[in-house]
Write a protein that binds this ligand. Structure first.
Ligand code: ZN
Ligand code: ZN
Length: 309
C-alpha cells in the first residue's frame, strides 16, 4: 500500500499525474455493457456520459461509496472502479461499513485497494462507522484496535479525514467523542436527502457544529451501494491525481461542490427551506405506505413515485 500520508502534507502538482481524458464521449462503454450482461437487465443503467463539464486539469470525484467489502454494496471493488471510470469519475472517497470489517479484513481490504490499476478512477480507501455517524476518508494503514472509537482515533491520527455522515440520521447532535476529529459534515447525501437539494436540517447541523468547533468543510456524498445510486453531485479539486493531494485539498477547503455541473454554494443555503427535500420526503413516505398495502401495487405506479425522488 502506497503511504500517501507523506504526500498529504506536501501537495504534489506534477502535471504528468493529472488525469487527461479525451473530450470525446459515448453513451455507454464496453465495460458498462459487460457489467450490464453480468447483472442482468434489472441492473441496467445508462451511464449519462455527457460532455465532461470540468476543465481537463480539474479532477471530478465522488465521496461516500461502498463495494462488496460492505455488507450492502453490490459491486466488487474492481467492478466498481470500472463502473466509475466509465462514468467519468476521476476519484472516489470510499467508505466501507465497519460493521462488515475486522482487523484482518481491513488489512486485506487495504492490500486489495493498493493492487487496483492506477489508471481510471482513483479509489481512495475509507470506512464508515454508523454508530458514531462518521465517514473516515483516506485510510492508509491499520494496527490492532480495541473497539470502534479506538479504530477511528487511530485513523484520525494517521491523517484520515473525518466527516459527519448523513446528518438526517443524527438525532439531536453528534457524539462528543468525534468533535476533535472532524474535518467537516456531509451536508448532502443524495440517497437520504434526495437529488434535488441539500437537506435544511443538515445545513443547520453544519452551522451549529461550526459555532462550537470552528470551520468545517461541507461535502456532498452519493452513498453508492448500486449503480443507480450514482447521482450528479461531484467534488471538484485542482490538484494532482494522488490521494494525498486530493485529501489535502479537501481538508484545506480548496475544492468546490457541483450539482449537475453547476457550482453549489452551501453557505448560501443555510436557513433556507427546501421544496425539493419536502417533495423527496413525501415521495419516500408514499412509497413506504404503498409497500405496506396488503395487495400488490403495479410496478409502473411505484416507478412513477420513485421518479419524483
Ligand atoms: Zn451509513
Ligand atoms: Zn454509507
Amino acid at each position: 500500500m502506497a503511504d500517501f500520508g507523506k504526500s498529504f502534507h506536501s501537495r504534489s502538482r506534477t502535471s504528468a499525474s493529472i488525469s487527461r481524458r479525451s473530450t470525446r464521449y459515448v453513451n455507454i462503454s464496453s465495460k458498462s455493457w459487460a457489467l450490464e450482461k453480468k447483472w442482468g437487465k434489472s441492473n441496467v443503467i445508462i451511464v449519462p456520459l455527457g460532455k465532461r463539464r470540468v476543465p481537463a486539469n480539474m479532477l471530478s470525484g465522488i465521496t461516500h461509496a461502498h463495494s462488496t467489502y460492505s455488507f450492502d454494496g453490490s459491486l466488487a471493488l474492481s467492478d466498481l472502479q470500472c463502473f466509475l471510470t466509465d462514468s467519468r469519475v476521476d476519484f472516489c472517497l470510499m467508505s466501507e461499513h465497519v460493521e462488515s470489517l475486522d482487523y484482518e479484513t481491513i488489512k486485506r481490504m487495504l492490500t486489495d485497494y493498493a493492487a487496483l490499476p492506477t489508471t481510471g478512477c482513483l479509489m481512495i480507501p475509507g470506512i464508515e462507522i454508523d454508530d458514531l455517524h462518521i465517514l473516515i476518508y483516506g485510510v492508509t494503514a491499520i494496527r490492532p484496535y480495541m473497539g470502534i472509537e479506538d479504530l477511528a482515533a487511530q485513523m484520525f491520527q494517521d491523517g484520515a479525514l473525518v466527516f459527519v455522515s448523513h446528518p438526517v440520521k443524527v438525532k439531536g447532535t453528534v457524539p462528543a467523542v468525534i468533535l476533535p476529529w472532524l474535518t467537516g459534515v456531509e451536508i448532502w447525501n443524495t440517497r437520504y436527502d434526495g437529488r434535488g437539494a441539500p437537506r435544511p436540517w443538515n445545513l443547520k447541523l453544519w452551522a451549529e457544529l461550526q459555532r462550537e468547533h470552528g470551520p468545517l468543510q461541507p461535502l456532498a456524498g452519493v452513498d453508492f451501494h448500486k449503480p443507480s445510486d450514482l447521482s450528479h453531485v461531484r467534488v471538484e479539486v485542482d490538484c494532482g491525481k494522488d490521494p494525498g493531494a486530493i485529501l489535502k485539498s479537501i481538508a484545506a477547503g480548496n475544492y468546490s461542490l457541483s450539482s449537475s455541473g453547476k457550482k453549489l454554494d452551501p453557505q448560501r443555503l443555510v436557513g433556507a427551506p427546501s421544496f425539493a427535500t419536502f417533495v423527496f420526503d413525501l415521495a419516500v413516505a408514499i412509497n413506504r405506505k404503498l409497500n405496506k398495502l396488503p395487495f400488490r401495487i403495479p410496478r409502473s405506479l411505484k416507478r412513477a413515485v420513485k421518479k419524483c425522488v
